[in-house]
Design a protein around this ligand. Sequence first.
Ligand code: SF4
Length: 376
Amino acid sequence: MAKRTFEHGWFASEPTSLVVQPTTLCNLDCVYCYLPDRLKKRDMTVVVAAAIADGIPAEWPSSGAIDVVWHGGEPLTIGTERLTGLMQPFEQLRTEGRIRQVVQTNATLITDEWCDVFSTYDVAVGVSIDGPAAMTSGRVDRRGRPAFERILAGIEQLRRRDVAFTVIAVVGKRQIQDAPLILDFLRDLGCAQVGLNIEEQEGVNDHDGTPTKNEARRFWRDTLDWALANPEMEIREIAQLLDFLALSRDQRRADTKHDLIPTIGVDGTVVLLSPELLGTHAPEYGDFVAGNVTSEPLSAILRRAGELRYVAEFSRGIDNCKTACEFFAACQGSHAGNRYFEHRDFTVTETEHCKTSVQALVLAMSDLTLEGNNGA
Ligand code: SF4
């Protein structure tokens, strides 16, 4: 049988983002963290960063800019001098508008000096915070002390310097009934956009208590109600669903290509499909390693993606979703990492993640539409 290559499958030939790990270290120890090496310090070298930048071929991106997302560990633990050193090899690409620098941070280490870096390199800043203090209690340091006040201090620093920021909030059992409280808080913080990640089972996160589908459906209904009344703050998941609904009928039925989401570790190791797979020990999948940017360009690694067992299996999983699932048009098969961490199988269809993050949201939207029609 002919080998399935990514050009002919479910995957886009060029990525829209690269997730880059400047360091394995994190200064916090959040209860739901999936990173296996977060207490160890291993930093990326400039040689590896230069290999990533040099591996971006002239034809990328064909439109827009590729996000280079510095995502640790906690990227700011590496210090301003070392992170700007790692950003240097990307400078020409950035000034040409071909890449955009992005930092995803827990905000606890943000200083005036960091704000200078964000301004100089036009960095898009994403902050991780889950809501008011009681909602953010899962974000703790290694001694178990809440990080909330330190996160707020970092956000205050951003606000003083007029650095725009977005937020990623994890929604677990303790937050699932409080959508308006969380969203009011984040709006008042001044964040431009929030992404709501329903807590899931990933990597070494075996923290129990992930929300049920019914709890998530209620949460999304409350969130939709809130979004209608508060259009000034974009909610990523709702914006994506509205974009899908705005498509023509034919466009909604068309298949879309999945991003391979190359994630590059401190030593140049590349894994695909899910940042959570980096550092995960799985001999049957060769630890998900697709290659190393220090020995071949990223573009060459991506060209061979279809030969990897886990990529081929995920491709079959998407086929299975397309055959079996009524939510496929909106979802397109959701995330590889969740299939692996929940089922150790990329070919399965439903996961707890897709039930709470995709199916529950679509059902909440249809609840709202039905209520609107009945009330009309
Ligand atoms: S909702 Fe779940 S089962 Fe349905 S297409 Fe998405 S991932 Fe597959």
